[in-house]
Design a protein around this ligand. Structure first.
Ligand code: PHE
Ligand code: NA
Length: 451
């Protein structure tokens, strides 16, 4: 995506944005966070955050990019020179850099699982033994690092040779396939013994859980993470939109948000029907899908291995396309600000991301497990710091910038609303509702206020 080329079609733009949005956030992170926060209660708050905050923020990010026609930092400073808003762009570079470092680690786990199915080693695990199998892998001092390095090498290779366009293709072919596989798995999940319990965990809320302020922070953080918001990625994509053609940003953004949400809910059905069938814990954190899914695949009468390989392959592609969009933020920044050539920027930034990822890799049962920051292992700390704090702050800057920093006429023009009532609702959401919700949730957590 170098140079100032523009999206050939609205569909190309949408596919790239979907490629960034749908990823491990839906498949790995959503179920484990929902599991930690009680299932249905979390789901409700999450859906509110997605539609009241996430969707309006996405439209705002696209608008900034479309107006600035540059990457995140450039678009911020061009549309509001000499104003402090550019901090939003800088924060985005830092956040995406931190996120991709552990994102590649989890993508490495996914790839390892795919190979374990190909070589047949994971199929031999006895029922109930996957937890130990997974712990053996992540607890190793070398093996998970090797898989992290393989994933980083693939990411760097793709960026180095400039074939990200191929990844956009993946949204067209592999994402629909992933949806089909998930539908089949969800259907299978509904036939399992724990289906009823799993479904009520996911859809019947326990209202008392709503008094916990950290649930709201987790929900808002997950909403930003899953939609790739709060760090300038959607600003960058918007920067490739041409000014002339109608882009219908609101309907495009709505489509992306709906797709992403459907993926998350489908995955949750697959996971929680399985969790209650095998009697696993809902709140086991980042290990959740890696412990639960193989038990299901191993139980399938026919085609378990085939489904498993296919599934982990598709998740790998989904993770890869998101990781590439994350890494691209730091790389285009290094090219523009540090004036590196593209190839140099890819190698240097890629090397730094890899290094930062190593302590994350070793923190999940491995040699660095006991080294904690704020009581969290390194990977979990970087995850919470970025998703629960940096992303909401980045999103806050975006909505304040477009809502208050621009004249409403300019905002409406870039966003390209067809309906005035909808446009006004959007402006109200980004001016008042989203900023207030973000600020209140951040403060409540900062001061530990119970609702
Ligand atoms: N949205 C991606 C996912 O759900 C993760 C991501 C976050 C990608 C931020 C890019 C930027 O997996
Ligand atoms: Na997502």
């Amino acid at each position: 995506m170098q140079g100032r080329e523009q999206w050939a079609t609205r569909v190309g733009f949408m596919l790239a944005a979907v490629g960034s949005a749908v990823g491990l956030g839906n498949i790995w992170r959503f179920p484990y966070i929902a599991g930690e926060y009680g299932g249905a209660s979390f789901l409700i708050v999450y859906l509110v955050c997605i539609f009241i905050i996430g969707l309006p923020t996405m439209i705002a990010e696209f608008s900034i990019g479309k107006r600035g026609q540059l990457d995140a930092v450039g678009s911020f400073s061009k549309t509001a020179p000499a104003k402090p808003w550019v901090i939003g762009g800088w924060l985005g570079v830092i956040t995406s850099f931190l996120i991709v470092s552990f994102y590649a680690v989890i993508t490495g786990w996914v790839l390892y699982y795919m190979f374990s199915y190909l070589t047949g080693s994971i199929q031999q695990v006895e029922t109930g033994g996957v937890e130990e199998y997974f712990g053996g892998f992540t607890g190793d001092a070398i093996l998970p690092v090797i898989w992290q390095l393989i994933v980083m090498a693939i990411i760097v290779g793709i960026l180095y040779f400039g074939v990200q366009k191929g990844i956009e293709l993946s949204s067209k072919i592999f994402m629909p396939l992933l949806a089909v596989v998930l539908l089949i798995l969800a259907g299978y999940g509904l036939t399992l013994d724990g289906a009823g319990e799993g479904m009520s965990f996911l859809f019947v809320p326990d209202w008392s859980a709503l008094g916990d302020p950290s649930l709201y922070l987790a929900a808002i953080g997950q909403a930003f993470f899953t939609l790739s918001l709060g760090m300038g990625i959607m600003v960058t994509y918007g920067g490739y939109l041409s000014k002339q053609t109608g882009n219908r940003l609101p309907s495009t953004a709505t489509g992306i948000v709906l797709l992403d949400t459907l993926f998350a809910i489908l995955v949750a059905v697959v996971i929680f029907t399985a969790v209650f069938t095998i009697g696993a814990d809902t709140d086991q954190g980042p290990a959740l899908i890696f412990v639960v899914l193989p038990e299901v695949f191993n139980q399938m009468a026919a085609g378990g291995t085939f489904f498993a390989v296919f599934f982990f392959f598709l998740v790998f592609i989904a993770g890869l396309s998101s990781a590439i969009s994350l890494a691209e933020v730091s790389i285009s920044f290094a090219i523009r600000q540090v004036k590196l050539t593209r190839k140099k920027a890819v190698l240097i930034v890629g090397g730094l991301i890899t290094l930062l990822g190593i302590p994350s890799t070793l923190s999940q049962g491995g040699p660095l497990s006991d080294f904690t920051i704020a009581g969290l292992p390194f990977l979990d700390f970087i995850d919470v710091l970025t998703d629960s704090y940096f992303l909401p702050i980045g999103g806050l800057i975006v909505v304040l910038f477009v809502g208050w920093g621009w004249k409403s006429k300019a905002a409406f023009e870039e966003a390209d609303f067809k309906n005035e009532a909808v446009a006004k609702t959007w402006l109200f959401l980004i001016r008042f509702v989203a900023p207030l919700m973000i600020i209140v949730i951040l403060l409540a957590n900062f001061f530990g206020i119970e609702a």
